[in-house]
Design a protein around this ligand. Structure first.
Ligand code: HEC
Length: 416
């Protein structure tokens, strides 16, 4: 019974992770979609119509079987409209579901993904503390910069924001694995973006609404402050998506220069957005931005050739096992499973793979030593014991009995 509960809860946990990821992607699509829509709308407004009244600009659009006539009032119309649609839950839910993912993968799954053992002796709880606190500190520093006199100089502010992001990326590399570093830099940036919505854009909007209701003329400064923050969000969107997806590409996250790659991606975010912003504002298509983006991408490819230093085979074999790894290494059947994994998986999942066409360990998953096998026990169970996801297309001819042996070993360890 205990065994059943343990393995079933593992399956539920894995499905929960999938469900939260699903939610996260959906809410992110909704947030980014509406944000792109409004940026394009805003930039494309025409200000030369003769029936504008006291509106600042208008635009005609056609979509899904109807025509839309949209007007923008700056900072607000003369009277409070009866119906008003707000856009905020897309952003809040993206952050909440993203934070849940971060906890599932990097806090609860921290043994595997958070701290880089070749760089630090920190305990997992200390890593978790750094992970959580860094997100808060990032917002505090950024918000302070925006509210300081520097806030008057948008270009200077953008430059400082860039420096803050690069420094943060580098600091993360001092303790975190490559994956965790890229992901946390993405979360750090996305926290700034959502906090911009929650703590600046929305409150300012509410002041304007309150003024309207009270029959006062709203101060245009509130619109201006909100605009500055949403410009930052605009330029940060694309890099955040890159950082979140980078987890699936070891060349991006497991390179020695992963923090430089992240820095260049932030620049690409600016060049790509500049192209589209110019286009939507009908100011032409600045082709130099395409050239610079492609150039930056080639530099990234080149940088990715320097692999992240990881524990050498000797050091890995010599290191002490964590208590959790110890449970799997001492469970019945571990030796057989080690033989199976070395025979069926290591040709791809090693420091120097010798399977044709595989040049670096897929997803950076190394399965060369008993310690690494104990470390990846859950993954091995899910990918090769419970399912036939690995080896891909069963290219190394793993037998059903071998999969059964993996299941029996893992479940024995769970029984304790
Ligand atoms: C022919 C080469 C090859 C062999 C042999 C192989 N793998 Fe993989 N493995 C891959 C590739 C390629 C990926 C990345 C798949 C993807 O991108 O979705 C991968 C990914 C993984 C992952 C990470 C999955 C994730 O999404 O994070 C695990 C865990 C894994 N393999 C375990 C194993 C185990 C256990 C074995 C042996 C039973 C094995 N692999 C054998 C090529 C191989």
């Amino acid at each position: 019974m205990g065994e059943l509960v343990a393995t079933e809860s593992l399956l539920i946990w894995d499905w929960l992770a999938f469900a939260v990821r699903w939610l996260h992607v959906i809410t992110a699509i909704a947030w980014i979609g509406s944000s792109f829509y409004f940026i394009a709308l805003d930039l494309g407004l025409r200000r030369d119509g003769d029936d504008l009244g006291d509106a600042d600009g208008d635009e005609w659009q056609v979509h899904g079987g109807g025509f839309y006539h949209i007007r923008k009032y700056l900072v607000a119309p003369a009277e409070m409209p009866e119906h008003l649609t707000w856009f905020k839950w897309e952003s809040y839910w993206t952050w909440l579901s993203g934070f849940a993912m971060l906890m599932i993968v990097y806090w609860f799954g921290g043994e595997l993904y958070l701290l880089d053992q070749s760089k630090t002796d920190l305990a997992l709880w200390q890593g978790v503390l750094i992970s959580g606190l860094s997100l808060v500190i990032g917002w505090v520093v950024y918000d302070f910069l925006c509210k300081s006199p520097l806030g008057e100089n948008p270009t200077m502010l953008m430059l400082l924001l860039f420096v803050l992001l690069v420094v943060m990326g580098y600091c993360y590399t001092l303790v975190f694995t490559g994956r965790a570093m890229m992901l946390h830099l993405g979360a750090f940036t996305a926290t700034i973006m959502t906090a911009n919505v929650a703590h600046v854009i929305m409150p300012n909007q509410r002041i304007v609404v309150a003024d309207l209701k009270a029959g006062r003329k709203p101060d245009p400064k509130y619109g201006k402050i909100a605009k500055l923050r949403s410009t930052h969000n605009n330029y940060l969107t694309l890099p955040v998506i890159f950082l979140m997806l980078s987890n699936h590409y070891p060349l991006a996250f497991a390179s020695q220069y992963n923090w430089v790659i992240a820095a260049l991606v932030f620049l690409m975010g600016v060049t790509i957005r500049h192209y589209f912003n110019s286009m939507h504002a009908r100011k032409g298509k600045p082709s130099w931005t395409i050239a610079v983006t492609v150039l930056l991408f080639f530099v990234i490819i080149w940088l990715s050739k320097a692999p992240l230093e990881q524990l050498s085979l000797e050091d890995e074999e010599a290191r002490a096992l964590t208590p959790q790894e110890q449970v799997f290494a001492s469970a019945d059947g571990f030796e057989d499973v080690t033989d199976i994994v070395l025979g069926r998986c290591s040709m791809c999942h090693s420091r120097e793979p010798f399977y044709d066409g595989i040049r670096i360990a897929p997803k950076n998953v190394l399965l060369e030593t008993p310690s690494e096998i104990a470390k990846h026990a859950t993954q091995i169970y899910l990918h090769a014991g419970r399912t036939v996801a690995m080896p891909p297309a069963n290219v190394t001819f793993i037998e059903p009995e071998e999969r059964a042996a993996i299941r029996a070993w893992f479940e024995a360890a769970q029984r304790g």
